[in-house]
Ligand binder design. Structure first.
Ligand SMILES: Cc1cc2nc3c(=O)[nH]c(=O)nc-3n(C[C@H](O)[C@H](O)[C@H](O)COP(=O)(O)O)c2cc1C
Length: 308
């Protein structure tokens, strides 16, 4: 997820049991390769494999070149973004805008799978709009091109993030291809994870927004799927430790100034469900300096611990 699944977040997600944590999308445009943003998005230092890098773009040759470049830089899986509804991405005919043009989708998939020896995976939505849910056709094209796994967010491009995810379309896709299908959209609890797996027949699930500020959700889901029982929630002490680690990771990756700015949203997501969390989030948003941010977080959780 762009702006979210940077290296510190991926490290936590994997540690808590996520089977795969894919990079933020990287533009396929060669002139953007050396930008600071691209360099930071390509940073996988310390991550255990497989390193999966998502590329976005709309031109087969450019995507093939980007795939090759990222494999040279250490990618062990190339994931292609055909799911993003953002204007910035779709205006250049990339992301989910591609779903309109099945011939172009086929050319892109063939070019990318031919360009690299590593597995290529694909992320899609269920179609361009509710009147044209062509996910099954896209999935078949993907399978024919040699794509090795398909993740589907159960909404059309036009639906953006509105309404609720349509798991029936994901079930149809799963029944139509032999490659592994990963169901995505609105999974927020271990029970929902199980329901979506049952309803779609999918081989796996993908969790996005619900893991923001809650990377231990992967541990909770894995435990529930294995045992049918809920595990104990993390203690305030564990939450504090996880957040501190994330903050250090952010300062380290982005530098203390930008790192502290980026950390604000993660702090907000982490404390939102805790008593006094909302007031603390507002206060923490005013803090500029990394050291002061760390101290404030420490004090908030010390208060939590004493109250517990
Ligand atoms: C802020 C944000 C950024 C996202 N960036 C990406 C991205 O870079 N690549 C991608 O495939 N999906 C991206 N997504 C979509 C998610 O991967 C996921 O498909 C969507 O949020 C639905 O799943 P969820 O309900 O579990 O969040 C993004 C979503 C959000 C909210």
């Amino acid at each position: 997820m762009a702006g979210i699944t940077d290296r510190p977040f991926r490290l936590l997600a994997r540690r808590f049991g996520a089977g795969l944590a894919i990079s933020e999308m990287l533009s396929s445009r060669p002139e953007l390769r050396d930008s600071r943003k691209s360099r930071l998005r390509r940073d996988h230092a310390g991550e255990s494999g497989p390193i999966s890098v998502q590329i976005a773009g709309g031109e087969p040759q450019m995507l093939a070149d980007a795939a090759r470049y990222n494999v040279d830089q250490g990618a062990q899986i190339i994931d292609i973004n055909m799911g993003c509804p953002a204007k910035k991405v779709c205006n250049v005919n990339a992301g989910s805008a591609l779903l309109e043009d099945e011939a172009l989708v086929a050319r892109i998939l063939q070019a990318v799978t031919a360009a690299v020896a590593v597995p290529v995976t694909l992320k899609i939505r269920t179609g361009p709009h509710p009147a044209r849910r062509n996910a099954v056709a896209i999935a078949r094209l993907a399978e024919a091109a040699g794509v090795q796994m398909l993740a589907i967010h159960g909404r059309t491009r036009a639906c953006a993030f509105g309404g609720s995810a349509e798991y029936d379309t994901i079930a149809e896709v799963k029944a139509s291809v032999r490659i592994p299908v990963v169901a995505n959209g609105d999974i927020g609890t271990p029970e929902e994870a199980r329901r979506v797996l049952e309803r779609t027949g999918a081989d796996g699930i993908m969790v996005g927004r619900a893991a923001q500020g809650r990377p231990w959700l992967f541990r909770e889901i894995a435990h529930f799927l294995a045992t049918g029982e809920r595990s104990a929630p993390p203690s305030p002490g564990e939450i504090a430790q996880v957040l501190r680690e994330q903050l250090h990771g952010l300062y380290d990756l982005y530098g203390p100034e930008q790192g502290a700015r980026i950390a604000r949203k993660h702090i907000g997501w982490t404390v939102r469900a805790l008593p006094g969390g909302e007031a603390f989030r507002r206060r923490a948003n005013e803090i500029v300096e990394a050291g002061a941010q760390l101290r404030a977080v420490g004090e908030f959780f010390e208060g939590e611990r004493l109250a517990a």
